[in-house]
Design a protein around this ligand. Structure first.
Ligand SMILES: [Zn+2]
Length: 210
């Protein structure tokens, strides 16, 4: 083969490989965006307590993992409403998101029910939620179920403090502390990592779609 042909072949190969590698990289939002993740409860408000496990601690551990996982996503900045065991009021949490001009708000919770056989993941929106909050909730629910393999209990509506913001906002219930198997998983760092990955994947799906 003549030398120019080899050079051309190698050049083409590099182009093809570059395109192939770029196609496998996760697509990222084109514009920089700040999002706010809220570890539910905190301080004097522990949330659900089952067998010594406090919901506020589970929520914070998962929120921190979401923030860490997002460090690998260019353009995405995650701000937490609390980074320790304190209690900002619900309105203060929303006001933080609005002051930052956040693109969305996701509150993380763990659930409780008197029947220990009830297990699984739910995502909630306010009963007056708009289309964007609903779309965010659907992406979160789908990605969380895919990432964790937990039972899919669907997207639900009720009156929530999220009605006090116009931002796309949803509340994930990442599992039931009253379900013994799920309670054990929610304390396991590798499962927390799956939950966090699911939340991040849902957020990215929401941000990338129009
Ligand atoms: Zn809660």
């Amino acid at each position: 083969m003549p030398k120019p042909a080899i050079v051309l072949l190698l050049f083409s190969l590099v182009i093809v490989l570059t395109v192939a590698i770029m196609a496998t990289l996760p697509r990222v939002p084109l514009e920089a965006v700040v999002i706010v993740i809220d570890p539910g409860h905190g301080g004097h408000d522990p949330g659900a307590i089952v067998a010594g496990v406090q919901e506020k601690d589970v929520n914070l551990a998962i929120a921190r993992r979401v923030q860490r996982a997002a460090e690998g996503v260019p353009g995405l900045q995650v701000v937490l409403t609390r980074t320790e065991d304190v209690y900002p009021t619900l309105l203060e949490r929303l006001e933080l998101a609005e002051a930052l001009g956040a693109g969305l708000y996701v509150s993380i919770h763990a659930n409780y029910y008197r029947d220990p056989k009830v297990c699984g993941v739910e995502t909630w929106v306010d009963s007056n939620a708009g289309a964007e909050s609903l779309r965010l909730a659907r992406e979160l629910q789908r990605a969380l179920v895919a990432s964790t393999g937990a039972a899919d209990r669907g997207v639900r509506r009720q009156i929530l403090y999220l009605r006090h913001t116009a931002l796309p906002a949803a509340l994930v219930e990442v599992g039931y502390l009253s379900c013994p198997a799920e309670r054990a998983k929610l304390q396991d760092p590798s499962y927390q990592e799956k939950v966090a990955a699911g939340i991040l994947a849902g957020i990215l799906s929401f941000l990338r779609a129009p």
